[in-house]
Design a protein around this ligand. Structure first.
Ligand code: PRX
Length: 672
């Protein structure tokens, strides 16, 4: 039945181009049949979709060639395609005036609309400009830009000429940017004079200059600078060129490279449990298909929709749901440059009213922040255009779920809490699509997407069967959107995802499966934390703190935070040689400063506790379990500390923590 309806939906290429989106939706199908077919015969399921939905230069030979034991993932081998053509040209050809992007700039109402025709022209001009400067297929290009149509066009230009984009969130520091450029050996950087967020300017070009300073990135030959604010920035000739000028010198058409399905499309750096970020590598056809199909079906995307993913393009959510997913589906994507509270906590909803947004996709941390500001900021705007309320990045707590559903969605909209990761490329668990009549459940991403087989295992890798159970979340079998490697470090890829539980993909998350078989994510089981929806390795923060001249050792953990999901708590031992040059407050301030400059302000610990020691086992391993408990104020429940080399240190840490909490309470009380 599923096969039949797909065939009916797209008789030949011409028919498929003019079809309505909903004809390819799983939502109208019998969900159990779709799911069973997708998992019993993934090759056929994904193969049919790939033939149906992608414009190929050359058809693929084999839909699926994957060996999960060996971490070898290949989809649609033998096929040739161009991703930019698939997301832009096909719509520009049919309907050049259809709006691809609404750029909602930092100031409310400061809006620019970009049609598919305009977007094609920009991507072509940038592609030509890159080629003119010697960037070729396979070369890496770093993009450090504000959320903007030209940032999106730069990503698409890379895809068009076969270059590999590596977008770095424009909140990372110069040093973090430098490390990512060096790891990717990028040949060019595309940036802007300045970024603007929440009324504040961010000197992006100077940060790029600092990152490239002193020949730190010898592979970079060219820096393209988009004009965002028009502020006067230093241009270094011949390295630097204004992006718009370079574009104006180029023709508006650009031949698209014919890429192999498994060529790299992009790298996106994300945090792991060691200090070094991982360049997650996604390839062409599999990512495109998976992102497009999950976007369409999880959010019930229909022709004419105005989809607002408010995530920055520097994260995977922005890649898949501000850019590739909506454009693959030919709808309009809102590019949101600002923050949820600027100029006031009504910003999202005022924008929804003004732009007639049909789906909004945000993070729980933003919702929790807005809840605190009261319902009046929501209620005063007309939200009748909204159908779906999406969420991602961290657990959506039940209270926030209800607020989203009742206050924002007037009990009329579907709350879609999606679970996925940079590594998965697209949505893995989501309340939609679902069997008819299934109601979303607060706090639960709930159900696997067609083709996805989640399972829970214990720490020995044994599958935990049945319902009402918790365990480590793994995925059995491959799916097209999954990462193919960690750039330059395939061993690390295998060690992180495939070797812990052979034959399975290990997510790094724990999960609970309830009596109905629905999944809830309980959080990371490794040393990765989720702060304000940003994923961060505690080891990254530790290595930044370690560079402070007075720090002998640092241990960083997350603690439950009312608004941010998790907050960052750093335990720091000072060197014996330490001679105070100021007050302890000054020293803590300078420690925070070093984290800001090494990573970015979002990684700065909220709490720094100076301690004479850390709880270590006799073999010298830090017992983070104890540090997490103290940070969470659970000091009465520390469990067995008898295996520690020096159990007395725990008492010292506890009393210093209690003292620090009192001081903070006092300081906050005084501020109010
Ligand atoms: O711990 C999970 C959490 O975010 C992690 C992935 O982070 P990142 O690669 O930055 O991608 C975030 C956006 C796709 C996961 O391992 N996470 C993501 N979505 C959810 C979630 N935790 C609970 N519920 C979710 N819906």
């Amino acid at each position: 039945m599923f096969r039949r309806s797909l065939t009916l939906a797209g008789r030949g290429l011409a028919a498929s181009r003019s079809r309505t989106l909903s004809s390819l939706s799983f939502l109208s199908e019998d969900h159990a049949k779709v799911y069973d077919h997708s998992t019993n015969d993934p090759e056929r399921f994904w193969g049919d979709l790939a033939r149906e939905r992608i414009d190929w230069h050359q058809p693929f030979n084999t839909a699926m060639n994957c060996d999960m034991n060996a971490g070898k993932i290949r989809w649609f081998e033998g096929g040739k395609l161009n991703v930019c053509e698939n997301v832009v040209d096909r719509h520009a050809r049919l309907d050049p005036n259809r709006i691809a992007f609404i750029w909602e700039k930092d100031e409310p109402g400061d809006v620019e609309r970009v049609s598919y025709g305009d977007l094609l022209e920009s991507a072509c001009r940038i592609g030509n400009a890159l080629r003119a400067r010697g960037i070729q297929r396979g070369d890496r290009v770093a993009i450090y830009m504000p959320v903007s149509p030209l940032a999106a066009a730069s990503m698409l230009a890379c895809a068009r000429i076969g270059a590999v984009h590596s977008v770095v969130f424009a909140g990372f520091s110069a040093e973090a940017l430098r490390n990512r450029i060096r790891d990717a050996e990028a040949k060019a950087v595309i940036t802007a004079d300045e970024g603007v967020r929440g009324g504040k300017r961010i000197p992006l070009k100077s940060i790029v200059d600092a990152a490239l300073d002193d020949g730190a990135c010898p592979t970079v030959g060219d820096v393209f600078v988009m004009t965002r604010t028009g502020s006067d920035v230093k241009m270094m000739h011949p390295r630097d060129v204004k992006l718009e000028e370079a574009m104006s010198e180029q023709p508006p058409t650009c031949p698209a490279e014919s890429m192999d399905s498994e060529d790299l499309l992009y790298l996106l750096y994300t945090s792991g449990s060691t200090g070094r970020p991982k360049g997650i590598a996604h390839t062409q056809a599999g990512y495109l298909l998976y992102t497009g199909v999950t976007h369409q079906n999880a959010f019930d995307v229909r022709s004419g929709d105005i989809f607002a993913c408010v995530a920055d393009i520097g994260w995977i959510t922005g890649h898949s749901h501000a850019l590739y997913g909506p454009l693959f589906n030919g709808v309009t994507s809102v590019l949101f440059e600002s923050v949820p509270t600027y100029p006031n906590p009504g910003r999202y909803w005022e924008m929804v009213q003004r732009l007639r947004v049909t789906q909004i996709y945000t993070a729980p941390t933003a919702l929790r922040l807005l809840i605190k500001s009261g319902d009046s900021h929501v209620r005063k705007y007309d939200r009748s255009s909204l159908r779906i309320l999406g969420c991602v990045g961290e657990p959506l707590n039940v209270e926030a779920w209800h607020w989203y559903h009742t206050v924002v969605g007037e009990r009329r909209c579907t709350v879609v809490d999606t679970w996925w990761q940079t590594e998965t490329g697209g949505i893995m668990l989501s309340p939609r699509p679902a069997p008819t009549g299934t109601q979303p459940k607060p706090g639960f991403p709930m159900l696997p997407f067609p083709g996805i087989r989640p399972l829970l295992v214990d720490s020995n890798g044994a599958e935990i069967v049945g319902n009402d159970v918790s365990g480590l979340l793994c995925i059995r079998g491959a799916w097209p959107g999954m990462a193919r490697t960690i750039y330059g470090d395939h061993e690390r890829f295998l060690n992180t995802y495939f070797r812990p539980y052979p034959g399975l993909y290990f997510t790094g998350d724990g999960a609970y499966r309830d009596v109905d078989g629905h999944y809830r994510i309980t959080g990371r089981v490794d040393d990765v934390i989720n702060v304000k929806g940003h994923r961060l390795g505690t080891a990254e923060v530790e290595s930044a703190l370690d560079e402070h001249p007075d720090v002998a050792e640092a241990a960083v953990v997350g603690f439950p935070h009312e608004v941010y999901g998790e907050g960052i708590y750093a335990y720091v031992i000072l060197k014996d040689t330490f001679a105070p040059a100021g007050t302890m407050d000054d020293i803590v301030k300078s420690m925070k400063g070093i984290v800001k400059s090494k990573i970015g302000s979002f990684a700065v610990p909220e709490i720094v506790l100076v301690t004479p020691g850390l709880p270590k086992t006799r073999s010298g391993k830090i017992m983070r379990r104890i540090l997490r408990k103290v940070a969470a104020n659970q000091t009465d429940d520390l469990g067995d500390v008898s295996t520690l080399a020096d159990p007395a240190v725990v008492e010292e840490i506890k009393s210093r923590h209690v003292e620090l909490m009192k001081e903070r309470e006092y300081a906050y009380g005084r501020k109010e």
